[in-house]
Design a protein around this ligand. Structure first.
Ligand code: SAM
Ligand code: DTB
Ligand code: SF4
Length: 341
């Protein structure tokens, strides 16, 4: 019989790495960290110009201040979702008028990715309205990842909660990023979503990290939360170890038929402050000005770039709702002297 040490057995090695690597951080850990909610709230409460100046300083230490990364989104499986996220057009329990669609054919997805690349996107993000993928659902998605990657694009998927072994399969297919948002701070989570918990979100983020895939995680503001609630969300993201490489900040798109349809719009300066707080607390992460951009003026978007946003969703559609059109975005970037990376 051969004897084997822990380090020579891959399955034990993997378990050891899991044990020593710090976990993504819960609300409790965030409250003890350097960027606890009070510290982030103090940023939000700075005079606007001081906050913008600090965000610019941090931004310029780590990034080219005139470069913005572009990701194109595609909904590869639309609607019919079992979950009850109060903001989402795709939850089957809300009457949003959305038509559900089966998983798209691989060839059709690759054609869309090719167009996104021709239009100037560097990353292609494929989203599915699932609580999480079944193993049989994952197989075609793995092939999409392989083929989209072979076009020379970075790949990202957002498929909901992952089961044991699924993140490793995605990593083997060459996936670069997995998007899984915290969505809202722990304190408010249960009032927006009841069919899964924020702890479930952290569990999937840990699986993604363990598989060596980059984490894309952010949230939504404008859901009626307080300023402290926004600070708590940023605190939780910044307290992950390490923080997500990519941080999408979404402004709620108010979808008719969802429980949040009538939420009053967030003051735009609060949105810009949220971007600045994300930039300052997560200096090396890409901060993405995400959903809600179509409803923003060019001036508001320029303020977001000044606050340190250095990524956008690019292309006429997000998943089920609209985004500024490509021609308009090209014109805005030209006016601002922003190049794409
Ligand atoms: N089902 C998967 C999940 O929930 O992670 C993936 C798709 S889900 C549509 C991806 C993300 O879209 C959500 O986490 C949420 O942050 C964002 N989102 C959904 N509806 C939105 C809305 N109306 N406004 C802003 N962001 C929204
Ligand atoms: C993220 O943070 N925002 C994107 C992407 N990740 C998947 C989705 C925004 C969805 C906005 C509403 C819709 O188009 O359905
Ligand atoms: Fe389903 Fe994701 Fe929409 Fe929630 S956000 S209802 S999990 S598609």
């Amino acid at each position: 019989m051969t004897t084997s040490t822990a380090s020579s057995r891959p399955e034990i090695q993997a378990r050891e790495i899991k044990l020593v690597r710090p976990r993504s951080t819960s609300a409790d850990a965030a409250s003890a960290g350097a960027w606890n909610t009070d510290a982030v709230l103090a940023l939000f409460e700075l005079p606007f110009n001081d906050l913008m100046f600090r965000a610019q300083q941090v931004h310029r230490e780590h990034f080219d201040a005139n470069a913005v990364q572009r990701s194109t989104l595609l909904s590869i499986k639309t609607g019919g979702c079992s979950e009850d996220c109060g903001y989402c057009s795709q939850a089957k329990r809300y009457q949003t008028g959305l038509e559900s669609e089966e998983l798209m054919a691989i060839g059709e997805v690759v054609d869309k990715a090719r167009i996104a690349k021709e239009n100037g996107a560097s990353r292609f993000c494929m989203g599915a309205a699932w609580r999480g993928p079944k193993d049989r659902d994952l197989e075609p998605v793995l092939e999409m990842v392989r083929q989209v990657k072979s076009l020379g694009l970075e790949t990202c998927v957002t498929l909901g909660m992952l089961r044991e072994g699924q993140a490793a399969k995605l990593a083997d297919a060459g996936l670069d990023y997995y998007n899984h948002n915290l969505d809202t701070a722990a304190e408010m989570y249960d009032s927006i979503i009841s069919t899964h918990s924020q702890a479930d979100r952290f569990d999937t983020i840990d699986k993604v990290r363990d598989a060596g895939i980059h984490v894309c995680s952010g949230g939504i503001v404008g859901m009626g939360e307080s300023r402290r609630g926004r600070a708590a969300l940023i605190s939780q993201l910044a307290s992950m170890t390490p923080p997500p490489e990519s941080v999408p900040i979404n402004n709620l798109v108010r979808v008719e038929g969802t429980p949040l349809a009538d939420t009053p719009p967030l003051d735009i300066f609060e949105f810009v402050r949220t971007i600045a707080a994300a930039r300052i607390t997560m200096p090396t992460s890409y901060v993405r000005l995400s959903a809600g951009r179509r409803e923003m003026s060019e001036e508001a978007q320029a303020m977001c770039f000044l606050a340190g946003a250095n990524s956008i969703f690019y292309g006429d559609k997000l998943l089920t709702t609209g985004n500024p059109d490509v021609t308009g975005d090209e014109a805005l970037m030209a006016k601002l002297g922003i190049k794409s990376v």
